[in-house]
Design a protein around this ligand. Structure first.
Ligand code: BEZ
Length: 211
């Protein structure tokens, strides 16, 4: 099933390293990141899980729950966690879904048969508190993801959920943002009383609200 931006993401029940969950209930009022790993006991995945564990306080600070998925069974996840702690210096501190029947992988279209019949691709789904898909990414098995980029784009998503702004290329938290074209100059005067810089009528730059 293809899940598109703005769709309510599929709910599911699953076994995880932190007990059984129902996904929507587990998310509660938080944002969520669901990300898949092709296979346990593989090198790139091992580094990724260590990085997410290291960055967990950053996800917490943004009110984002993180949850991984791998198609191997639960006992294999528990053994793998020891290797992750030993080699990466961080043990997984978030749940990892065991999906040996490929139930969740199928629901979220994480198996791309022309890449592999059995392993998932490296998917990332960012879900808002309304359970709607805000962003998805697909990486091949060979390329580890940049989780700092995922935090960066969550900053952008959370900012634009609150204010009528968009973020420019390579934007980072604290930098200037763009007033969205649907906001007229008259409306912008009310929303941004400190003013903005007009580079073109469609390109109006304003300091990041709330900074
Ligand atoms: C890895 O995590 O290193 C990996 C997994 C599947 C295929 C290739 C690499």
């Amino acid at each position: 099933m293809t899940i598109r931006l703005g769709d309510v993401v599929p709910d599911f029940t699953a076994e995880t390293t932190e007990g059984p969950i129902r996904f929507h209930e587990w998310l509660g009022d938080s944002w969520g990141v669901l990300f898949s790993h092709p296979k346990n006991f593989t090198p790139v995945c091992t580094t990724e899980l260590g990085q997410v564990a290291r960055l967990k306080p950053e996800f917490d600070r943004r009110n984002v729950k993180v949850i991984g998925l791998s198609v191997d069974p639960l006992d294999a996840h528990e053994k793998w966690a020891e290797d992750i702690a030993e080699t990466q210096g961080y043990a997984p501190n978030f749940p990892l879904i065991a999906d040996p029947e490929r139930t969740v992988s199928g629901l979220y279209d994480m198996i791309h048969p022309n890449a592999s019949d059995t392993m998932t691709v490296r998917s990332v789904f960012v879900v808002g508190p309304d359970k709607k898909l805000k962003l998805s990414l697909t990486y091949p098995a060979s390329a580890g993801r940049n989780f700092d980029e995922i935090l960066r784009v969550i900053d952008s998503l959370q900012l634009t959920a609150q204010h009528a702004v968009a973020t420019p290329a390579n934007w980072k938290d604290g930098e200037d943002v763009i007033i969205v074209p649907s906001v007229s100059d008259a409306a912008a005067k009310e929303k941004f009383p400190g003013g903005w810089k007009t580079l073109k009528p469609y390109l109006r730059v304003v300091p990041q609200p709330g900074k």
